[in-house]
Design a binder for this molecule. Structure first.
Ligand SMILES: Nc1ncnc2c1ncn2[C@@H]1O[C@H](COP(=O)(O)OP(=O)(O)OP(=O)(O)O)[C@@H](O)[C@H]1O
Length: 685
């Protein structure tokens, strides 16, 4: 029988029409697109080669690997080529998007068990195939499980995949730190003896929890804490009490994947025989359940990004803190081997979150206290860990203890740890210019054929997605949506921001409302207090010329008018005269001036009341009081409402001043940290 002609996908950017953005990752953006000559809807992943630290050969090998893979549950590339400084990977378009996106938009509490077992069985089939062909996927997570409109499930993203049978450079690359910390197996973190395909089984177990809860365990913590918790806590799992809605077989299946000792984890083949997967349905079931009624992928992604952008905008200061923490994390790990003291002093800068731990973490700590399944820990470590995972860390000491714990948990690190880590995490720095994540130019410049044209056409129904957002045929969507820092957990929106999170059902005690208020008030207070208690801290040393002022430093002496000789107080109007130019100095003194104004207004009213009282009770000071009171009483008394509004305005102005001040402080701190980071990198080299 004659074989049907293979479809050949063009390797030139001008043959594709880019529609809307449907996803983004650490180093790539994914678009829905039309392959014009074939009249077929495809997905195009655009990687900025300048942002990939990998060498071109490495990427070439990855894509070659992709093109050789042939399994219904593994997403393979049709073809790939370079366009300008971007690599375009053309793939089948998976109209349902990733499980992560589906959960974030419609199932924030996770999926029901039959859905989970159906999805996971398909993923496991992909892993059986990959492992049998010598590949470790290394990035199994809900964000990489894609669903097509008919419910077909494919495992995507070989951005970090490694070949188990390779030798030489490739083999050594497995001794680097690759993956996303929440899904990362302990042996991958430890870097002791390298790792094998069992690392995928661990990530598979974590993904099962992610699908069950809507988020991965520890996803709200900064990477350093995730490392510590993974290494030191008992493995996360489904709780018999808390996760009543799930079957015993599901709980068992997760537990078997999440054995800390990789040898105790089953192979993918053996796992596929687990009774949990007996309940899996056909993939059409997914189309009928989770995909039914979903808005088109592009629109869903846009809404999620808008929501994320709004939340991030409102939480600009929190972002600064996160960023600082992440930079500190990278710095901390990378500096580990050569300057512990310096590291410790820098650790003082790590902002902790005062998060209420979720039941998952408490459970982990409880198990650990009971002495179960703790790898490589002394009693000392255990108590320290218990403190750090079950009680909100609030002090510098705890951060230092985290670092101490990490020191004992990570036996050794790769030769170039900093490089390895910067490959893993998206580090955003102030002043990023053209290469910043927002500048994801995907201009279809003259393209040159780069890698492969897939040997086999994928079974893609060319016309079926044509209707989806067909009006949105815009040219290349440069910076359609502002891109923000990627969250550690891989979530689109960090858990603590999720408006759907509710307090109180064990696993979901997310501190969103609490955090919001804390952030605007307690955050800056926390920083100031810390500085006050430790004026010789490295933070102070780093701060340079930042003036430490603000409402939390005010004393009654500060508020006295005589203290502020540099501004003029008009007793007739009760107002202050000062330059209105909004420069830095103004923003720094503004809070003090506003307080003085408030204080004086109150004093003035007090004096007027006193004069009135004296007028009524004594004629002795008649002349004097008459002059004084007449003079003062000429000013109309503000009504109670006016007073209230006045004080609100003052408070708002004061908050603005404080926020501006805090922002300046964070900026200068960040700049200094960047310098230190560069210096330590230079040292290392
Ligand atoms: N073929 C596709 N069809 C539809 N959506 C896709 C496709 N490929 C990727 N996506 C979407 O784009 C998102 C990011 O893609 P991808 O994971 O490949 O990028 P990445 O930079 O490698 O991300 P990361 O390293 O964080 O996993 C996915 O989570 C998914 O939602």
């Amino acid at each position: 029988m004659e074989r049907p002609l293979e479809k050949r996908y063009p390797v030139n950017a001008k043959d594709y029409k880019i529609y809307e953005e449907v996803g983004d990752g650490v180093s790539a953006t994914v678009y829905r697109a039309l392959c014009i000559p074939l009249d077929e809807i495809v997905a195009i992943k655009v990687l900025d080669l300048e942002k990939c630290n990998n060498d071109l050969d490495g990427i070439r090998r990855e894509v070659q690997t992709l093109s050789l893979i042939d399994h219904p549950n593994v997403l393979r590339a049709h073809c790939s080529f370079t366009a300008g400084h971007n690599l375009w990977v053309v793939m089948p378009y998976m109209a349902g998007g990733s499980c992560l996106h589906i959960m974030k938009s419609d199932y924030p509490e996770g999926f029901e068990e039959p859905v989970i077992s159906t999805v996971l069985r398909e993923v496991l089939k992909a892993l059986v195939y990959l492992h049998a062909h010598g590949h470790i996927h290394r990035d199994v997570k809900a964000g990489n499980i894609l669903i097509d409109s008919d419910g077909a499930v494919k495992l995507a993203d070989f951005g970090v995949s490694a070949c188990m049978f390779d030798t030489g450079d490739r083999q050594r690359s497995r001794n680097t730190f690759v993956g996303t910390p929440c899904w990362m197996a302990p042996e991958v973190m430890q870097q002791l003896h390298g790792y094998d395909f069992k690392a995928d089984i661990w990530s598979f177990g974590i993904t099962a929890l992610e699908l069950a809860h809507g988020h991965a365990p520890f996803s709200k913590y900064p990477p350093m804490k995730v490392l510590l918790m993974t290494l030191q806590n008992a493995p996360p799992g489904l709780d018999y009490e808390r996760d009543k809605r799930f079957s015993k077989s599901f709980k068992e299946m997760v537990a078997t994947c999440l054995a800390k000792d990789p040898k105790k984890r089953p192979t993918s083949e053996k796992l596929l025989k687990h009774r949990f997967f007996k309940n899996a349905r056909s993939y059409n079931y997914l189309a009928r359940t989770i995909l039914d009624g979903l808005t088109p992928l592009g629109e869903r992604f846009r809404l999620l990004k808008t929501k994320e952008a709004d939340l991030v905008q409102n939480k600009a200061l929190y972002e600064d803190m996160e960023q600082l923490s992440q930079q500190e994390y990278i710095r901390g790990i990378s500096a580990w081997n050569f300057n512990l003291e310096d590291l410790k002093s820098q650790a003082a800068l790590i902002q902790d979150y005062n998060d209420t731990p979720n039941a998952e973490d408490q459970e982990g700590s409880r198990k650990q206290r009971d002495g179960h399944d703790v790898v490589g820990l002394s009693a000392d470590n255990i108590s320290q860990e218990t403190a750090c995972s079950s009680i909100p860390a609030t002090s510098q000491e705890e951060v230092l203890s985290d670092l101490h714990d990490l020191e004992s948990s990570l036996a050794s690190f790769p030769i170039k740890p900093l490089q390895a880590l910067t490959d893993c995490f998206d580090i955003v720095e102030y002043g990023e210019g053209a290469n910043s994540p927002n500048q994801k130019g995907v201009t279809p410049l003259e393209s040159e054929q780069f890698i492969t044209n897939s040997s086999r056409a994928m079974h893609q129904d060319a016309g079926r997605y044509e209707g989806e957002n067909s009006q949105q045929r815009n040219p290349l969507p440069h910076q359609v949506i502002p891109r923000h820092r990627k969250f550690w957990s891989g979530s689109l929106i960090p858990d603590s921001f999720s408006p759907r999170k509710v307090q109180g059902n064990g696993d979901r005690d997310f501190p969103q409302p609490k955090f919001q208020s804390e952030h605007s008030h307690s955050g800056p207070l926390f920083y100031r207090q810390r500085r006050e208690t430790n004026t010789t801290s490295s933070e102070d040393a780093l701060e340079g010329p930042v003036v430490r002022r603000g409402r939390f430093k005010m004393t009654s002496v500060d508020l006295s008018p005589k203290g502020s000789t540099s501004c003029s107080f008009n007793p007739a109007t009760g107002g202050l005269t000062y330059s209105t130019s909004l420069n830095k100095t103004a923003s720094l003194v503004l809070p003090s001036l506003q307080s003085i104004l408030q204080q004086n207004t109150m004093q003035r009213e007090e004096i007027i009341r006193l004069i009135k009282y004296l007028e009524q009770t004594s004629g002795k000071f008649g002349d004097l009081t008459e002059v004084g009171s007449n003079d003062l009483l000429q000013i109309p008394q503000p009504s109670a409402r006016e007073k209230e509004l006045q004080s609100q305005v003052l408070q708002l102005q004061q908050s603005i001043g404080n926020l501006f001040e805090e922002l300046q402080r964070q900026k200068s701190k960040n700049m200094l940290l960047k310098k230190l980071l560069n210096a330590s990198t230079d040292n290392k080299e």
